[in-house]
Design a binder for this molecule. Structure first.
Ligand code: PEP
Ligand code: MN
Length: 335
């Protein structure tokens, strides 16, 4: 349920109403807009008399939120959420970021060289997998703790915030200085993992599962938010369809649809969505044009010899050309 308060409501009246709601075991999420304040009521609201709430002088309107996702819902929080990543970097609410880097961290030279080049071309965040969720147990599983160390070295050298995938709650201490937790597509519904990252205040980027609906993606974000962490970023990375020409099918309509359903920022990953490096640029440009809040792409300095996902990795030169075009598209989108 949400209650929209009239602009002239005083802080005292608002607090009085919140304490009354809390005495009915309702948790209240306050979203302050330019004119109106929206109270999101979480919990069993069946004991609340809508008519009584509506009749209060300070209340403009009351609506039941029928969707199962509450805190993630745009109705609860009409304004875009801006997630602060660190060093003044923001995503959402008109702030666009580019995340780039290798699929997996392979060596110190590899990750620092890529980090320096993508940073020079305008990437905001360095990506790199240390723990890799591979389909085959015989494939490269990542450098694990050593991979995180190498990412931290690249962060120190370039000043770029870093994002890396966490697969197991036991690895949380290793991620202390990682700026964004990445929840991979295969872990989108690892509810224990979602709850644990929800207990931190670090930004969490959740990738949509290979066969999950947008509603399910939002429910995963709700898990994180319900534990108190509101710094959630959503990522569409392609879904599995009957099409086999591309690795996955990029659901680009997820961008405007999610923007209607939720206030959280939406990132597109055209690398995993297509699996083909020459398709990455056109899809990244389309994502920027569709109003995405960011893109995440794989970049490798030697794609042919990459230990993972070389076929979908851009070279640093290709990334640089694409980044320049994205900046132009962003100018048009902002108008
Ligand atoms: C990745 O980004 O490294 C990755 C494994 O992606 P996804 O979880 O989308 O497959
Ligand atoms: Mn990859």
């Amino acid at each position: 349920m949400i209650a929209v308060l009239k602009p002239e409501t005083t802080k005292e009246q608002q607090n009085h109403l919140i304490s009354w709601l809390k005495s009915h075991n309702i948790d209240v999420h306050v979203s302050k807009g330019e004119n109106y304040t929206v109270l999101g009521l979480i919990g069993d609201t069946s004991s609340i008399d809508i008519g009584l709430l509506e009749s209060l002088e300070m209340v403009d309107s009351v609506k039941r939120v029928s969707e199962p996702y509450k805190q993630v819902n745009r109705k609860f929080h009409p304004e875009d959420t801006v997630v602060h990543i660190g060093n003044g970097l923001k995503i959402g609410g008109g702030n666009f970021i580019m995340i780039a880097g290798p699929c997996s961290v392979e060596s110190r030279e590899q990750v620092t060289e890529i980090a320096k080049s993508v940073s020079a071309s305008g990437a905001d965040v360095l990506r790199g997998g240390a723990f890799k969720p591979r389909t085959s147990p015989y494939d490269f599983q990542g450098l694990k703790a050593d991979g995180i160390e190498l990412l931290l070295e690249a962060k120190k050298e370039t000043g770029m915030p870093i994002i890396s995938e966490i697969m197991n709650v036991n690895d949380l201490p290793l991620f202390r200085d990682v700026d964004i937790f990445q929840i991979g597509a295969r872990n989108m519904q690892n509810f224990d993992l979602l709850k644990e990252v929800g207990k931190t205040d670090k930004p969490v980027l959740i990738k949509r599962g290979l066969a999950n609906t947008l509603k399910e993606l939002l429910m995963s974000a709700e898990y994180v938010m319900s534990e108190g962490n509101h710094n959630v970023i959503l990522c569409e990375r392609g879904i599995r369809t009957f099409e086999t020409a591309t690795r996955n099918t990029l659901d680009l309509s997820a961008v405007p649809m999610l923007h209607e359903m939720t206030h959280l920022p939406v990132v597109i990953d055209p690398s995993h969505a297509t699996g083909i490096s020459r398709l990455v640029e056109p899809m990244a440009l389309a994502a920027a044009a569709a109003g995405a809040d960011g893109i995440m792409v794989e970049v490798h300095n030697d794609p042919i010899h990459a230990l993972c996902d070389g076929a979908q990795s851009l070279t640093p030169g290709q990334f640089s050309g694409m980044a320049a075009k994205i900046r132009k598209i962003r100018e048009v989108v902002r108008q």
